[in-house]
Design a protein around this ligand. Structure first.
Ligand SMILES: Nc1ncnc2c1ncn2[C@@H]1O[C@H](COP(=O)(O)OP(=O)(O)OP(=O)(O)O)[C@@H](O)[C@H]1O
Length: 356
């Protein structure tokens, strides 16, 4: 089993900028753990803290249960893959892969053997003597991964390594990375601002906003039970109806707002009288041409075909944009632009979260 990573009350300030605020997280050994958040939320800073390129202003970083204070980047059991890959253009593929082993003074024949093993692992056998410019984007990506794995790290730190690839290749590499992680058993800590990437690959995901940890959960939990309004809006699409909580009954909270009253499952910090919002996913919204009890009148704006479903974009009378997913089999009966529709949902499929 590879090493676990613990962040204990970690803080990182650069002058007046608090890049990371009191972060505590436990990454299991052998886990594929992603850190997801918008640009500037502190993702790269966390990787650099784990790698030992910077030291926390406060708190502790443990790898394999061992406190890393005073242990430099070169002595940590980690390896990092950067966005830019940073392969050496004047070296062959195998020399690139074996670079870290040369630094460790491994004899050349052994380095070559290890490089060949890794080329097998990344499904590029026979590519050792090529130059880096003779590879495709996805192949370069795999070589960067092999180079990082060559030094047998316990923890592999990946900083948006797929961001330079086109969409098709990115999707393909997701599956490859995931398979490689399972095959090697190395702990992967992967940072990305792309939620679909994080959801597709990870055992668990940490969502960050402005240096603050919002939630750590499995991809399914993040989607079905977001802990904060930020997570509800950042992970997947959602409709938001803000207002004041008028009552709670049997775990269901009712929120009164400009759109009327809507109900959903009450999140932890919901209190009567407090400000909150009802969050409901587009696929939980039913579209009707007739007014129904507890439904919301809206004008259909357009339908965007997304493949598996189509998304109805509508606007409420109050001017709020709304989303409802329309299954393909109902698409022929979907409303036309400009039509009046009524949107509804059942409280069990909506979530009420307090606004801090
Ligand atoms: N060396 C530094 N000196 C000063 N401020 C820094 C430094 N490194 C990062 N920051 C600031 O800390 C915050 C977090 O930066 P970080 O690079 O960790 O974000 P990120 O989530 O990785 O963003 P991106 O997705 O754009 O790479 C930002 O406000 C950034 O400007």
């Amino acid at each position: 089993m590879s090493h676990s990573v613990d962040l204990m009350d970690v803080e990182m300030a650069f002058g007046g900028v608090h890049a990371v605020r009191r972060l505590s997280a436990h990454v299991e050994g052998g886990e594929f753990f992603s850190i997801l958040g918008p640009s500037g939320c502190g993702k790269t800073t966390i990787l650099r803290l784990i790698a030992g390129f910077i030291n926390p202003t406060a708190g502790r970083v443990l790898i394999g249960g061992k406190d890393m204070a005073g242990i430099g980047a070169d002595r940590r059991p980690t390896s990092m893959i950067f966005q830019s890959l940073a392969l050496f253009p004047l070296m062959s593929v195998w020399e690139n892969i074996a670079f870290g082993l040369e630094v460790r003074r491994m004899p050349k024949a052994d380095r070559r053997r290890r490089a060949e093993e890794l080329l097998e692992l990344i499904a590029l056998p026979g590519y050792g003597d090529r130059m880096v410019h003779e590879l495709s984007g996805g192949q370069k990506q795999r070589v960067a991964i092999a180079r990082a794995l060559a030094v047998e790290p316990q923890v592999l730190l990946l900083d948006e390594p797929l961001s330079a690839l086109d969409l098709k290749l990115r999707q393909h590499m997701r599956a490859e990375l995931r398979a490689l992680q399972k095959r090697t058993g190395v702990t992967f800590i992967y940072i990305t601002h792309d939620q679909s990437e994080a959801l597709a690959m990870s055992d668990r995901v940490a969502v960050m906003s402005a240096g603050v940890l919002q939630q750590i959960a499995t991809p399914r939990e993040l989607y079905s039970s977001p802990a904060t309004p930020f997570v509800a809006k950042f992970v997947g699409e959602t409709n938001e109806f803000a207002g004041k909580v008028s009552r709670t009954v049997d775990g269901i909270a009712v929120v009164d707002g400009p759109h009327g009253s809507f109900a959903g499952r009450a999140g932890d910090e919901v209190v009567v009288g407090g400000t909150a919002a009802v969050y409901v996913r587009p696929e939980a919204v039913t579209v009707s041409r007739e007014a129904r009890p507890d439904s919301l009148e809206a004008r259909a704006d357009r339908i965007e075909f997304e493949g598996a479903v189509a998304m109805l974009h509508a606007t409420s009378r109050e001017g709020q944009p709304l989303l409802a997913a329309i299954p393909n089999q109902l698409l022929s009966r979907a409303p036309a632009a400009g039509e009046t529709v009524w949107l509804s949902f059942v409280p069990d499929e909506a979530l009420v979260l307090a606004h801090g």
